[in-house]
Write a protein that binds this ligand. Structure first.
Ligand code: ZN
Length: 157
């Protein structure tokens, strides 16, 4: 993992962060009051966003990263290059970047196997002076996934 900051990333990466940050405020979070936004960059170069949405059953809660991935899937895109996540409490100040939960790591990993490539992950604090640049293979090594099920992943690209 590399730790970087706003000034040292590409314009495209900055655009992804801006889009994730824009939707972060739309989080539906009556229980945790925690805000998260995510943006995915697809192989086609499109950006899709997602926002954290809690559910009274708790188990029905959907993280921003999965919401963004499913938004892309709704548009017929399943091959991802980069996923950005940003989160904070109600004061919108997070000194440390938020990282994807275990469930999201599994979902991202499945799509990495479908795409046949590792997916870059950027976790950003609200000041953007601390950005983790990592990848799903680094966050979830030795992952179980479509390859174990002998899925024809190309069919789903
Ligand atoms: Zn998650």
């Amino acid at each position: 993992m590399k730790i970087t900051c706003w000034e040292k990333i590409t314009k495209k990466e900055q655009e992804l962060i801006k889009k994730a940050e824009e939707v972060m405020k739309n989080a539906y979070n009556p229980m945790s009051h925690y805000f998260v936004g995510a943006a995915v960059l697809t192989k086609e170069g499109n950006i899709y966003v997602g926002t954290f949405a809690e559910n009274s059953s708790l188990g029905g809660t959907i993280c921003a990263e999965r919401a963004a991935i499913l938004n892309a899937n709704s548009h017929g895109e399943r091959v991802f290059k980069t996923i950005v996540v940003i989160g904070a409490h109600e004061d919108f100040i997070a000194k440390e970047p938020v990282t994807p939960c275990g469930l999201c790591r599994q979902v991202i990993s499945d799509f990495a196997q479908i795409g046949g490539k590792d997916i870059a992950i950027m976790c950003v604090n609200t000041k953007k002076n601390k950005i983790y640049k990592t990848s799903i293979n680094e966050l979830l090594p030795l992952a179980f996934g479509p390859k174990d099920l002998h899925m024809d992943v190309q069919k789903y690209q």
